[in-house]
Design a protein around this ligand. Structure first.
Ligand code: UD1
Ligand code: CA
Length: 494
């Protein structure tokens, strides 16, 4: 992309891909601009830009208008050298393309193939766009439309053809006669144009139609009137051409895209037990022989290595799961689960949780910004925050790493092969040495040297007969009384 200077070798791709994203998308009924709504790990326009880059265009132009700061910033995050063209008023797709061509002219790009697509057709694949460009350039047309035959064409522009099948015009839903509305071949809103033809034609589009807008689609009739060649590139996989104008359509497209993503992984050797309840972002990477059990959601940069089992009912975002690991009914974010490590059920890995090979985070455990060494275990009901736990160490049930004094976070270090008792509190900053042991119920505020036993709970005091004196007449006193009668040895009410 953007290989503008003269010394660059001949460029293969089209001159530009123009992405229209100036509309607010009123049908979404949202404060967020339509093209920024997400599905399967990317915004709608993010998917479109991704497909656009696959045809290796010299320029990517995004037309922004409504919410231009939001949308423009987002586009530049994905394609840093994209050109942003501002459409001040949303007067229609034809006007939007005029604005894009102005930006291209300023960048010195006036000829060659210009692809135009909408920011709201997120299933479109780069491969399909490459097919459109190849077909368009091989046929040497002025305009090539990407079209498809759909069962329900409602809302789309219909492709009109003459008796010998040549494309004559596109008519919008609102302007269509009943016969035209019955046509099932729809305009995907994706086109390849000859740039010079397009530059001449956009200025001639009128706005005498039901919406009073400048329709890009009118360029087809203009080309015909000029005797320029127009053709359609019909795709079989019509789902790729579908747009989302409201949230119901967005959910429909998300389900389709997810289904496609899962099918691709299944063909690559991943077991997906229940595709209907499994959601995998397009940005996730899975290895062969991974198993995803029902109710799994994998997001962002999550990667899962071979033989790992995830689920059931697990959500991971930006988590690395190592070979042979198991993650059951867990929630994780920006964490690492090492080879053969196990997590869950019902545990929470927060950012910076890193489990080395064979480590275990058991049931009802929360881990944040902490490392567990190889084979280290935190099996039950614990909070581990800002800690390093050494190799082979076992943390007792119900342990709290008290990392926060109300002002600052502090670290706790537990050495290797240590055994800490149940219901301990480690008051950070504190260090427990290699091979050290702590007693049950201890509150550890001072460092424990390697090999030491630390016990902080005081000696137990037992007050015999207390219940008979202070809880007389209760069920507890009666139970104690019965026990005294049977055993004859327990201090009795007397
Ligand atoms: C458009 C096509 C229709 C096609 C459909 C495919 C026109 C007139 N109609 O209709 O034939 O079947 O797409 O999905 O082109 N936009 C701007 N500036 C504007 C208006 C729109 O940038 O002034 C952008 C929108 O943000 C959107 C895209 O252009 O990303 C398409 O606009 P939209 O209103 O969704 O067009 P449709 O009614 O779907
Ligand atoms: Ca649309």
């Amino acid at each position: 992309m953007s290989l503008d200077n003269a010394s660059t070798p001949a460029h293969e791709g089209p001159t530009a891909v123009v992405v229209l994203a100036a509309g607010s998308g009123t049908r979404m009924k949202s404060r967020r601009m339509k093209v920024l709504h997400e599905l399967c790990g990317r915004s709608m326009v993010g998917h479109v830009l991704h497909a656009a880059l696959a045809v290796a265009p010299r320029h990517v132009v995004a037309v922004v208008g409504h919410g231009r700061e939001q949308v423009g910033r987002h586009v530049l995050e994905q394609v840093p050298d994209a050109l942003l063209a501002v459409q001040e008023q949303q007067d229609g797709t034809g006007d939007a393309v005029r604005v894009a061509l102005d930006a291209l002219r300023e960048a010195g790009a006036t000829s060659g193939t210009v692809v135009v697509m909408s920011g709201d057709t997120p299933l479109m694949q780069g491969e399909t766009l490459r097919g459109l460009v190849r077909d368009h350039e091989a046929a040497g047309r002025a305009v090539t439309l990407l079209t498809g035959l759909v069962p329900d064409p409602f809302g789309y522009g219909r492709v009109l053809r003459d008796a010998d099948g040549s494309v004559t015009a596109i008519v919008e839903e609102k302007d269509a006669t009943p016969e035209q509305a019955a046509v099932r071949e729809i305009n995907s809103g994706i086109y390849a144009f000859d740039g010079a033809f397009l530059a001449g034609a956009v200025g001639r589009i009128g706005n005498d139609n039901a919406k009073g807008e400048y329709y890009l689609t009118d360029v087809v009739a203009i080309a015909r009137a000029d005797g320029a060649t127009v053709g359609a590139h019909v795709v079989d996989d019509v789902a790729q051409t579908e747009g989302a104008n409201d949230r119901a359509q967005l959910a429909g497209l998300a389900a389709q895209l997810n289904r496609r993503t899962l099918e691709r992984w299944m063909r690559d050797g991943v077991t997906v037990v229940d595709p209907a309840s499994t959601w995998v972002d397009v940005t996730v990477t899975l290895a062969p022989d991974v198993t995803l059990l029902p109710g799994v959601q994998l997001h962002g940069a999550t990667t899962v290595e071979e033989d790992a089992v995830v689920g059931p009912d697990t959500t991971l975002r930006d988590v690395r799961v190592g070979r042979g690991a198991s993650v059951v009914r867990a929630h994780g974010e920006r964490a690492v689960v090492g080879e053969e490590a196990t997590v869950g059920p019902f545990s929470y890995l927060r950012p910076g949780a890193e489990l080395a090979a064979g480590a275990k985070v058991g049931a009802f455990v929360e881990v944040k910004n902490s490392t567990l060494g190889p084979g280290a275990k935190v099996p039950h009901l614990s909070y581990v925050g800002d800690a390093s736990i050494g190799e082979g160490t076992n943390i007792g049930a119900g342990t709290i790493f008290a990392n926060y004094d109300g002002v600052a976070k502090h670290r706790t270090t537990v050495g290797s092969h240590a055994r800490t008792g149940s219901n301990n509190t480690f008051v950070a900053p504190v260090t427990i040495g290699d091979g050290a042991v702590t007693g049950g119920g201890s509150v550890i505020r001072e460092d424990v040297p390697p090999g030491a036993l630390a016990v902080s709970a005081g000696p137990q005091r037992t007050m015999e007969g207390w219940v008979f004196r202070r809880r007389a007449g209760t069920a507890a006193a009666e139970a104690a009384s019965r026990a005294a009668g049977q055993e004859g040895s327990i201090t009795s009410p007397g």
